[in-house]
Design a protein around this ligand. Structure first.
Ligand SMILES: Cc1ncc(C[n+]2csc(CCOP(=O)(O)OP(=O)(O)O)c2C)c(N)n1
Ligand SMILES: [Mg+2]
Length: 326
């Protein structure tokens, strides 16, 4: 595994702030869902925050992001305002998809965030396509493509791997291995459970990384992105992580024990680990409390906005459905 990134106090404070923002946002989304304010599916990212925070911190402005349906955190990390994400969840006109997409169908070309896809595995060929566009347009960008351990068993993933390596596309494939697909553990479903090896027959370099430590993630992302940027083709990173909540809000998660979840929460929580490291670096408890307070205020403001801002007008029902003629 590549070296752990040596973050300065300021950098680590930024990572901490980003991870905590994602967690508080997701907790609030969970509450709004419980209150019946969010319709449809809602998949929370709680536990996995170090992955997107570490990766995003290593990216450049030209790079693009694509992911699945557990992507509220990815959007916040791309700089999309919490209000625009939360009000999409509540189906309001001010939402990033005008309130018509909901949790799984968010998109923002302005922030180079290309979805938000409900079809498991779909971000992989689409991500290869994004990478093709970066290469064709010579814009220097890398497509950063997130998918899950369950998605790694989809056929389309391997067709895309083949093309990506054959054409040396600038794409960073990231498997967020949170140990479970909808309710099936990796070991039950995968003949090769070392998922970073899944690119070997296409000669794609693989890296397995501790996804519960933001500096480990950042260190590995630097190495992987350098390789991709130098024109060597894709890298496949497997980030070992864990989700604390059920697959979606309606999952009672009976396929694992409470003790298992509790054990990860108490021993390997990425936010708690960053907090301890900051305290050791001399950041005060008061400074950390002030950060927490700011974040709570931002998230509460986003939630209040998302509850009060109007729903889309009826005539929006027929817009953005078909984009032009084919
Ligand atoms: C093609 C397809 N098959 C099945 C589903 C139903 N489904 C939704 S999420 C999921 C599990 C995916 O698990 P994983 O890739 O590990 O991602 P995670 O939910 O753990 O983030 C399944 C089977 C789907 N949305 N699309
Ligand atoms: Mg999974």
């Amino acid at each position: 595994m590549p070296d752990r990134y040596e973050a300065s106090k300021d950098e680590l404070t930024d990572f901490y702030r980003q991870m905590l923002t994602i967690r508080r946002f997701e907790e609030k989304a969970g509450q709004l869902y419980g209150m019946g304010l969010i319709g449809g599916f809602c998949h929370l990212y709680i536990g996995q925050e170090a992955v997107v925070t570490g990766i995003q911190s290593a990216m450049s402005k030209a790079d693009s992001v694509i992911g699945g349906y557990r992507v509220h955190g990815h959007m916040l990390a791309c700089g999309i305002p919490a209000k625009a994400v939360m009000s999409e969840l509540t189906g309001r006109a001010a939402g990033i998809s005008k309130g018509k997409g909901g949790s799984m169908h968010m998109f923002s070309t302005e922030h180079k965030f290309y979805g938000g896809h409900g079809i498991v595995g779909a971000p992989v060929p689409l991500g290869a396509g994004l990478a093709f566009a970066h290469k064709y347009q010579e814009d220097g960008g890398v497509a950063v493509c997130y998918f899950g351990d369950g998605a790694a068993n989809q056929g389309q993933v391997y067709e895309a791997f083949n093309m990506a390596e054959l054409w040396k596309l600038p794409v960073l494939f990231i498997i967020e291995n949170n140990q479970y697909a909808m309710g099936t553990s990796v070991n039950r479903a995968s003949a090769e459970d070392q998922l970073y090896r899944r690119g070997e027959s296409f000669r794609i370099e693989g890296l397995q990384v501790n996804g519960m430590d933001v500096c480990d993630v950042r260190g590995a992302a630097d190495v992987a992105l350098k390789w991709v940027r130098e024109g060597n083709g894709p890298v496949l990173m497997e980030l070992m992580t864990y989700r604390y909540r059920g697959h979606s809000m309606s999952d009672p998660a009976k396929y694992r024990s409470r003790e298992e979840v509790q054990d990860v929460r108490t021993k390997r929580d990425p936010i708690e680990a960053a907090k301890q490291q900051l305290l050791e670096m001399g950041v005060s408890e008061d400074d950390l409390k002030a950060i927490e307070k700011d974040i709570r205020a931002e998230v509460n403001e986003a939630a209040d906005f998302a509850e009060q801002t109007p729903e889309p007008e009826l005539d929006e029902l027929y817009t953005d459905v078909l984009v032009g003629n084919y």
